[in-house]
Design a protein around this ligand. Structure first.
Ligand SMILES: N[C@@H](CCC(=O)N[C@@H](CS)C(=O)NCC(=O)O)C(=O)O
Length: 216
């Protein structure tokens, strides 16, 4: 791939959607030029590529733009999938998309209102924590029955979900760690200590400050 063929990834380190995109890009071996942004100071070229202004955004050399994290994952893994992350998707596409929908809508809804309760008017933090916990409990049960959410091995569903479970834990790690979710705790901790996670969590200065693309 020549330099000019390399896609541009607009990203924000702490965003769980951007994390799942970076995880899939790394797993696929697909190289990109990463541009770190700050959500409070979005660069013009980023907004020009995708006016909705959410990260991640992948800008391809042919001018097309992918601005949904799951589509970035599917694009990268569609190019190369050496660890068979898409096995679950090939087996049951509808089922996987349904689970991603529930994660990105219902679970995220409760996560936001639990973790960032002060940003909302009149939300009951504990109620949203408990509603999120219903998902976590279910994932713990599943992880007691099989090695991964995706089936016998970690795959698309796991790496799409893990960054959000990490966020849920960060809201109150003492409470989270005290829950009787042994399989979920092991699954999350293995991820947090994995080379795969470390590799996508390096800190970069914002592109607006440096003007430099990061070879990612
Ligand atoms: N559905 C989008 C959601 C992406 C998203 O909401 N990202 C957040 C950051 S975690 C964002 O960019 N928010 C815009 C803002 O805060 O201005 C996706 O899956 O890519």
């Amino acid at each position: 791939m020549t330099q000019t063929d390399t896609p541009i990834l607009w990203s924000f380190r702490r965003c769980p959607y951007a994390m799942r995109a970076r995880l899939a890009l790394k797993a696929s071996g697909q190289r990109v030029h990463l541009r770190e942004i700050l959500l409070r100071d979005k660069p013009e070229p980023f907004l020009a590529a995708s006016p909705k202004g959410t990260v991640p955004v992948l800008q391809l050399a042919d001018g097309s733009v992918i601005d949904e994290s799951r589509d970035v994952m599917l694009w990268a893994l569609g190019k190369a999938d050496p660890h068979q992350w898409l096995a679950c998707y090939h087996k049951d596409k509808e089922g996987v998309l349904r689970q991603l929908d529930a994660l990105d809508s219902d679970f995220k809804h409760h996560l936001d209102r639990y973790k960032y309760a002060t940003r909302y008017d009149d939300v009951d933090e504990a109620q949203h924590r408990d509603a999120g916990a219903v998902f976590l409990q279910d994932w713990n049960r599943l992880l007691g029955e099989q090695a991964a959410l995706s089936g016998e091995a970690l795959g698309l569903l796991d790496f799409a979900t893990l960054p959000f479970v990490r966020q849920f834990r960060i809201a109150d790690s003492d409470w989270f760690d005290a829950q009787d979710w042994p399989h979920l705790h092991r699954w999350l901790q293995d991820f947090l200590h994995s080379d795969a996670f470390q590799a996508v969590m390096e800190k970069y200065k914002p592109w607006l400050e440096t003007g430099e693309d990061i070879a990612f």
